[in-house]
Design a binder for this molecule. Sequence first.
Ligand code: MTE
Ligand code: MO
Length: 301
Amino acid sequence: MAKRWTNDLGPQDVTPKSLYLDRRRIIAGIAGIGLAGMAGGAAGASTDLTPNDWKSITSYNNFYEFGTGKDDPAKHAHRLTTAPWSITIDGMVERPGAYALGEILSKMTIEERIYRFRCVEAWSMVVPWNGFELADLLQMVGVRPEAKYVAFETLLRPEEMRGQKFPVLEWPYVEGLRLDEAMHPLTLMATGIYGRTIPNQNGAPIRLVVPWKYGFKSIKSIVRITLTDRRPPTSWNKANGREYGFFSNVNPEVDHPRWSQATERPIGGGLFARRQPTLMFNGYQREVAALYEGMDLKRNY
Ligand SMILES: Nc1nc2c(c(=O)[nH]1)N[C@H]1C(S)=C(S)[C@@H](COP(=O)(O)O)O[C@H]1N2
Ligand SMILES: [Mo]
């Protein structure tokens, strides 16, 4: 299970260890611009993958279980109890059950993955996640041959998730992937950011990260994973199927009915922030395009 995924980043895109040294400074957000300069200098190549600082990643969030404002999750998610935590893995698997998170983690290899993150609302960040491949977890429980999709469910606990008292979405939040998408080595189960435990507002204690899809596919605070042969319902598709499809692959050529997806606003760029072009499959085209060969991506949005 120990493997490293390199995706489309060259060595020049990964912040050298020696520059990482000072994680606390990065986390504090002090190193923002300095780090970008250093990394570029050391690598001799520019990169758009300088991670956002800790503050922007953890204070500008979407997590409607805590409210619909970008600052609501950071304000209210501290009320969520994340231990003990278990994930029920059921449906078409060889070894269904309620797995304690600690038991899962003891069997997984935690890696760092610096991924672009693109919300359907046309903003973006770069996040240094820590986590393991969903494929490894699915392998641990054994996927039965008839399974075609993976369904995910967020915790339902309105006492701690105040947003669940309002019918903005149908609760619990649910998401889904085709099995080949779920098994793709880029698909991550994240338990950390910047080498720290993932904060509640970012989906503690464990959330999905699918970097070539719009952010809402990356479901937070997961308590159930179900293998099925039917395409599972997904929260935003249920809420508005015309605007949000099952696939939701990042695609600059397929606009949202109410706004363009051709460009995006990087979060946290401060004075120098400019809209930047959105990349096909969020820049992961080389890795994932084959999954959608022959598919009409306008119809399968
Ligand atoms: N359970 C749950 N998961 C969720 C959401 C949510 O409201 N509830 N919001 C989604 C959306 S729209 C985005 S953009 C990302 C935001 O992740 P972040 O706050 O870590 O940047 O989480 C996704 N996962
Ligand atoms: Mo989003």
